[in-house]
Ligand binder design. Sequence first.
Ligand code: CO
Length: 134
Amino acid sequence: MIGRLNHVAIAVPDLAAATQQYRGALGATVSDPIALPSHGVTVVFVELPNTKIELLEPLGEGSPIAAFLARTPSGGIHHLCYEVDDILAARDHLVGTGARVLGSGEPTNGAHDKPVLFLHPKDFNGTLIELEQA
Ligand code: CO
């Protein structure tokens, strides 16, 4: 059911420093920062030949990555995003297997303006999984 790895998201305490590191030390192409107030993050996209890395920094009060960074102050891998063809069919299949969908269970528009859902990390080996309808 799942398709391509769309991105790996890394929560970082200092987006400007992380951007500089990816551009400088790692020699990657990195987008300008994009503020996503409705998601509580500012993000940059690192473009790789086979996937993307998203660097996330908290934005505003109650950011969903604030607690994560409180536990891991130097940053860390926050979630993986897999592509699916039909997000509602994927959700219904997963719920049928006993997996828990976070939030209301309805897809929201993600950082790429495509429908996304998140699956409970305790159901997937401690990994927060994002599904994106490609
Ligand atoms: Co993501």
